[in-house]
Design a protein around this ligand. Structure first.
Ligand code: DAH
Length: 356
């Protein structure tokens, strides 16, 4: 019996060693430990031994079995590791390659430009804030220092919610300034992209459109910071080394002083080139947050100050990508989307490029 076990042990370990893959290894296991396996047989035959030999032989069977199982497991781990290595070698993917153009959906320019603007301001440390499309008179007008008889409250501009005197479809994303200042303690640095609504419709106005609001509240933030921030933004957005801006004095109830911002441009018959030329093109409104607005949200204007800005996302998309008519944005024409849309998965980043 002892000799038989010695030679069986040698054979089994050699078979484990020789197994070329997981399937062959499992065959070796079954041939030894299966119902009719060689080791199973040896264990069964213990009963026929004289009692004085049985004990020693039983110990030996267990030894051989343990050694075999250990060799089996080690070999299995080995084979699995090399199978994984082989797969990893065969399946290498170059993650730096651009996404292959495939017949697939396109991202709408509005979504694309929203992502671009968000990526640029995120790099400058702005967080994204949100507010509801339906808001109340307080957030849309009163807290923003609109006098009661201000024309913007007029039926002609504002969509009121039937049966709810206080509720409106927000006419601008400036509502989110108020919501943020009421919910969070300064210092604040947020942008708020979203839908806005006004009762207006032509080639450059749509009753539903998109804006992005910006708000910075701090102790020492001044108009120089505002201009610098917008200049950085314009260079990044228009992807130019230089995109000179001009601030023109203007009026908004919620800022003082207020300005409208133009970017330098050149117009040819077919084209509008941003960043060079002798012409100016308005891109946004901005200013220093009005002390009354700060008071309306419980901030002391002697302690806190800051700037705000608001810009039309659809308009920025038209300018950057040369789309002539705003109404086409919302016609859900697939040919239009194929032409002006963007490849999904190419997420805009300031380091890899905003648009491809
Ligand atoms: N809310 C203004 C509008 O819809 C845009 C705007 C102007 C926003 C100046 C601002 C700002 O935050 O400071 O026309």
């Amino acid at each position: 019996m002892a000799d038989r076990l010695d030679s069986l042990s040698g054979e089994l370990l050699a078979a484990v060693d020789a197994a070329a893959d997981l399937k062959a290894l499992d065959d070796v296991r079954v041939a030894a430990l299966g119902k009719k396996g060689s080791l199973t047989d040896a264990a069964k035959s213990l009963g026929q031994l004289p009692p004085e030999e049985r004990r020693e032989a039983g110990r030996r069977v267990n030894e051989v079995k343990d050694a075999f199982t250990a060799a089996l497991n080690a070999k299995k781990a080995d084979l699995e590791a090399s199978a994984l290595d082989a797969r990893l070698m065969a399946e290498t993917v170059d993650v730096t390659l651009p996404v292959r153009p495939q017949p697939m959906g396109r991202l709408h320019p509005v979504g694309q430009v929203m992502e671009e603007i968000t990526a640029i301001f995120a790099d400058m440390g702005f967080a994204v804030a949100e507010g509801p499309d339906i808001d109340d008179d307080f957030h849309n007008f009163t807290a923003l220092n609109f006098p009661p008889e201000h024309p913007a409250r007029d039926m002609h501009d504002t969509f009121f919610i039937e049966g709810h005197k206080e509720l409106v479809l927000r006419t601008h994303t400036s509502t989110v300034q108020i919501r943020t200042m009421l919910a969070q303690k300064p210092p604040l640095r947020i942008i708020a992209p979203g839908r806005t609504f006004r009762c207006d419709s032509d080639a450059t106005h749509s009753p539903m459109f998109h804006q992005v609001e910006g708000l910075v509240i701090d102790r020492t933030t001044h108009m120089g910071h505002l201009k610098g921030c917008l200049e950085d933004f314009a260079r990044a957005f228009f992807e130019r080394d230089d995109a000179p801006l001009r601030l023109r004095p203007s009026f908004f109830p919620f800022t003082e002083p207020s300005a409208e911002v133009d970017v330098r441009c050149r117009r040819t018959k077919e084209e509008l080139i941003v960043g060079e030329g002798d012409d100016w093109l308005e891109i946004l409104g901005c200013g220093m947050v009005h002390p009354n607005v700060l008071r309306n949200v419980g901030l002391d204007p002697d302690e806190w100050q800051g700037f705000a800005f608001g810009m039309g996302i659809d308009r920025m998309a038209m300018l950057k990508y040369g789309i002539p008519d705003l109404r086409t944005f919302f016609e859900t024409d697939l040919r239009w989307l194929k032409h002006y849309g963007f490849v999904p998965l190419d997420t805009p980043t300031t380091f890899a490029g905003l648009a491809r």
